[in-house]
Ligand binder design. Structure first.
Ligand code: HEC
Ligand code: HEC
Ligand code: HEC
Ligand code: HEC
Ligand code: HEC
Ligand code: HEC
Length: 454
């Protein structure tokens, strides 16, 4: 790299000479010298490319961490403030065992607590036994990306807070997080183009040198007919197309984060959160059938014959528009055919057409009863912190990998469960003899295709 500049200058002078047709005066040894110079420059710029490409990549990772954080953790965690879960900034220095502990915790916090880890048990008690869902699908790299993102946000906030104290007077307007992705992309592109041009120049110089010495050189093949170029470009295009096509095909029908606008602005936060109404009061099916079921308006009216106005905290749509809760209750009345003035039903009303959010394909068998009543899995593990959502969105991606990963890692309530009292005797015995210490759903056949596919 050190040599690049003086050599570039010489090259520039040479090109200048050439353009003013002084080329005749350049000696042979000069020409081969310049040939070498150009080669050097090519190497210099390629090296520079390689230097910038990984940087570009590092920024992509911070982006990825942000995305992963928002998809998986943001419902409950803020990097800087306590929310449903604790603030995450600086935690990697507090937990026993640093990031390694966090990998285990994020993959399956219940297992860490069950193992008797003192820090984990204390934490769980402090946070009123709210169970953080397991994320077996996140790799340690993913978790690193998330933690890096949290650290970046925290560090930036710290700097912003320190700046005014150290002489600044403009208040605590945080420095905008600069996104250098584009910049590095452009630099990489420019360097690549420069390298290409220099390669061409190098070739012409070689040809000129050869001509001077009387060596015949074949007409150069333009790059778009050069077989090597064509082969490389085809392979790259083929791989890229393959990658995007498979991804798109696998994602058909998936709709994580789907959050449709419902006919009535019905808030789970108001009902299941603030007013602590049990999920099963409305979704009674979850314990005794395949479907959890959406309640009919009769169930709403059990309470809303009496509750005809809303006086809780101001509600907002996800877009930030204010919602009038009382007007939304009026909508419920018109669906139910209820006249609040006469306090009686005046017509049969018409059903509320709730938009279904979770949709498994027809070829998958899934039963709530098996998971809720037998498996004793909390709704939030699969549906996220519903009690904090004003508008429900799809929390999990409902992919096959999601189901199977959980079956591999989740221990079933085996010994104290009537469902298993007289089946799988082999495991009962092995447990007694201490050969195994737990039974996972996968050991009971939960990864066999026909359990989930008709
Ligand atoms: C449904 C809510 C929820 C989600 C989603 C969630 N967490 Fe948590 N998390 C908690 C709660 C609650 C605790 C406190 C311990 C407990 O009660 O289990 C916690 C604790 C933690 C801790 C330990 C903090 C400490 O004080 O030592 C870490 C680290 C953590 N979570 C990371 C994550 C990461 C990373 C994600 C995303 C991949 C995530 N959490 C997603 C609720 C959640
Ligand atoms: C007072 C009745 C009521 C209570 C209590 C309630 N829900 Fe709901 N739930 C509804 C209604 C109505 C809908 C349909 C409208 C919507 O999606 O917001 C719904 C929708 C849902 C959905 C999305 C269903 C779909 O379309 O895929 C999930 C998941 C859900 N509830 C889970 C829960 C959980 C978990 C709790 C407890 C924390 C709970 N609900 C408590 C009435 C209730
Ligand atoms: C093991 C994961 C899991 C658990 C635990 C779970 N659900 Fe579900 N839930 C799902 C899946 C998957 C669907 C989509 C089902 C479908 O499309 O057939 C769903 C759909 C729903 C729906 C939409 C209506 C329906 O029945 O399809 C509601 C409402 C619902 N769940 C509520 C609950 C409630 C309330 C609980 C807790 C009592 C709960 N779920 C526990 C995975 C789960
Ligand atoms: C167990 C009693 C109960 C049931 C059942 C119930 N609600 Fe409510 N609802 C309440 C309470 C309590 C409030 C809050 C009133 C307040 O804070 O002033 C409320 C508030 C509301 C609001 C205004 C706030 C908001 O969420 O937008 C609407 C709309 C509403 N309910 C619709 C429904 C619908 C639709 C159903 C049936 C799916 C239903 N409720 C079932 C008790 C209930
Ligand atoms: C959060 C963990 C978790 C997730 C996610 C999950 N399951 Fe399960 N599943 C379990 C557990 C635990 C059991 C065993 C319950 C029991 O019988 O004790 C189980 C049991 C089952 C069974 C019964 C298997 C048998 O032994 O007959 C089926 C079928 C099933 N799950 C399908 C699914 C499908 C389909 C999905 C995804 C849409 C899914 N599960 C997602 C934890 C999970
Ligand atoms: C624990 C439940 C479960 C088990 C066990 C399971 N699957 Fe699936 N499978 C699913 C779910 C859920 C989907 C829907 C995934 C989606 O929509 O992305 C699915 C989708 C598929 C698809 C459609 C392709 C796709 O990605 O949408 C195929 C093919 C498939 N499974 C084959 C298998 C085979 C073969 C096995 C046995 C080795 C198997 N499955 C075992 C739950 C399961």
């Amino acid at each position: 790299m050190r040599n690049c500049q003086p050599r570039a200058l010489t090259l520039w002078r040479f090109l200048e000479n050439r353009s003013s047709t002084k080329i005749q005066y350049v000696s042979m040894s000069d020409l081969s010298y310049f040939g070498r110079t150009v080669k050097h420059l090519v190497i210099c710029s390629l090296t520079a490319c390689m230097f910038f490409l990984p940087l570009h990549h590092a920024f992509a990772d911070a982006q990825k961490g942000k995305q992963l954080f928002q998809q998986n953790c943001a419902q409950c965690h803020n990097p800087l403030r306590d929310a449903t879960g604790p603030a995450l900034y600086g935690k990697e220095n507090e937990v026993p065992g640093g990031r390694k502990w966090i990998y285990n915790w994020v993959h399956n916090s219940a297992a860490v607590i069950a193992s008797g880890d003192k820090y984990a048990v204390n934490l769980f008690n402090q946070w009123n036994h709210v169970q953080m869902p397991p994320f077996p699908q996140l790799t340690t790299q993913d978790i690193d990306d998330i933690l890096d993102y949290v650290k970046q946000v925290g560090d930036e906030a710290k700097q912003a807070a320190a700046a005014p104290a150290s002489g600044g007077q403009q208040g605590a307007a945080p420095a905008p997080a600069s996104n250098n992705n584009l910049l590095y992309g452009i630099i990489t592109l420019v360097l690549a183009i420069v390298a290409l041009i220099l390669l061409q120049v190098n070739r012409s110089l070689n040809r000129m040198a050869n001509e001077k010495e009387g060596i015949e050189t074949p007409e150069p093949v333009p790059f778009y007919r050069n077989k090597t170029y064509i082969a490389i470009v085809s392979v790259v295009l083929f791989l890229m197309a393959g990658y995007f096509l498979t991804n798109a095909a696998v994602n058909i029908g998936r709709q994580q984060n789907y959050e449709p606008t419902q006919p009535i602005f019905y808030s789970h936060k108001v009902h299941a959160g603030i007013n602590q109404i049990n999920c099963l009061y409305c979704h009674a099916g979850a314990e005794k059938s395949k479907h959890a079921m959406i309640p009919s308006q009769n169930i709403c009216m059990n309470c809303h014959m009496a509750i005809n106005s809303y006086s809780g905290p101001q509600l907002y749509t996800p877009e930030g528009k204010a919602v009038d809760g009382t007007a939304e209750i009026q909508k419920l009345y018109s669906y139910a055919g209820w006249d609040p003035k006469q306090r009686k039903y005046v017509n049969a009303g018409h059903p509320i057409q709730w938009i279904k959010i979770h949709n498994l394909p027809d070829f998958v068998y899934f039963s709530h009863e098996q998971h809720v009543a037998v498996g004793k899995i909390q709704c939030q593990i699969c549906h996220g912190p519903i009690q904090n959502m004003d508008v429900v969105y799809q929390f999990s991606d409902l992919s096959m990998g999601w189901c199977v990963n959980c079956h591999r890692t989740t221990k079933v309530h085996f010994t104290d469960n009537a469902y298993y009292s007289n089946i799988f005797m082999k495991y009962h015995e092995e447990l007694k003899e201490g050969k195994i210490d737990s039974v996972t759903e996968a050991m009971l056949g939960g990864t066999e295709c026909q359990r989930c596919h008709y």
